[in-house]
Design a protein around this ligand. Structure first.
Ligand code: PRP
Ligand code: HPA
Length: 183
């Protein structure tokens, strides 16, 4: 594996400028839809952090932020949808307008579980905002209110998304060369 992350990138799907433009648009849509309300943004660690920090600054309303960390029970998740909470919220969500922020929705199992879990805490509303939507691999239906981009079944990295904890700090979304997976 190269020391220069760029050498591992096969192609760029969304450039830094394209991401910035789309995130501004999402921020404007959210600002219009939530006028007069306060938003509690809930980021799903760790991939959503970079998107969430840019999205929060594109919303012109009062925004509180909180985070959850969830983990699958290894490979079992891909079939069972069982998700374990590693870090719960610090805030009480009762009567709040919750906006869940994700970097990508793939099988949908993570968010399907989170939605059910959060609804049981009696928020005023819950909506999902995801930067990327990969519908080809969906196993559980999730209602997406705000979607940055729909992508084919590529494994993507950058802008928060990792492969084995690497590439999260690339400023764009890209696809890796096959060699990068093989080390
Ligand atoms: O729709 P799904 O198939 O459930 O997949 C989507 C989830 O997988 C990724 O997280 P991951 O478990 O890789 O953790 P990370 O955010 O820390 O990278 C991503 O950030 C979503 O949370
Ligand atoms: O395409 C992806 N890239 C990185 N992490 C992911 N988690 C689900 N899908 C992906």
């Amino acid at each position: 594996m190269s020391n220069n992350m760029m050498d591992d990138v096969e192609k760029i799907l969304f450039s830094e400028a394209e991401l910035a433009t789309r995130i501004k648009e999402l921020g404007q849509a959210i600002t219009a839809d939530y006028a007069g309300k306060e938003i509690l943004m809930i980021g799903v660690l760790r991939g959503a952090v970079i998107f969430m920090s840019d999205l929060a600054r594109a919303i012109e309303l009062p925004v509180a932020v909180d985070f959850m960390a969830v983990s699958s029970y290894g490979a079992a998740t891909s079939s069972s949808g069982v998700v374990r909470i590693l870090k719960d919220l610090d805030e009480d969500v009762e009567n709040k307008h919750v906006l869940i922020v994700e970097d990508i929705i793939d099988s949908g199992l993570t968010l399907n579980y989170l939605m059910e879990n959060l609804w049981s805490r009696k928020p005023a509303s819950i909506k999902i905002c995801t930067l990327l939507n990969k519908p080809d691999r969906r196993k559980a239906d999730v209602p997406i209110a705000y979607n940055g981009f729909t992508i084919p079944d590529y494994f993507v990295v950058g802008y928060g998304l990792d492969f084995a904890e690497k590439y999260r700090n690339l400023p764009f979304i890209g696809v890796l060369k096959p060699e990068a997976y093989q080390g």
